[in-house]
Design a protein around this ligand. Sequence first.
Ligand code: PNS
Length: 167
Amino acid sequence: MRIALCPGSFDPVTNGHVDVVERAAKLFDKVIVVVLTNTGKNPIFTAEQRVDFLRRSLEHLENVEVDAYSGLLADYAREKNAVAIVKGLRAVTDFEYEFQMALINKKLNETIDTLFLTTKMEYMYLSSSVIREVASFGGDISQFVPNAIREDIQKLLRKAVDDNGGR
Ligand code: PNS
């Protein structure tokens, strides 16, 4: 069984992420989407909320599981016997960071290889941070996130803005 990991902070999952997981699921026997800690980011949603959003967005994919892990991706890969890390690549701006991560992960676990799937043109502009921004100002995010989770994302982000006394 060839297992691949789709790691990320998924704060929240976007249609671009779903597209990458769907394509990875065709290439591997099993895909584990894993919510990890990016120490450079301060997530808005809890790990539980992010896992829940992912599960609801990916339930149409039989060979996909969702998990959360608080350690190193390289260690998680070893634990799960994964052979690959699959990430989406949007543009040159993603490249330097992703290239560095791939090299570090290879150093930490030499059995793992990182594969990059080129994003679909229609998702080039998408990012979790853009979605957070649009939704927190009450904008329409229906084209950016799966339908199943849109309302919950909007509600939680509006609440976060209100709790901060508005903008
Ligand atoms: O969606 P992101 O924020 O670009 O994903 C980055 C993520 C979470 C995959 C990365 O920060 C990560 O792997 N975090 C876990 C800790 C780790 O293994 N870091 C890489 C070696 S420094």
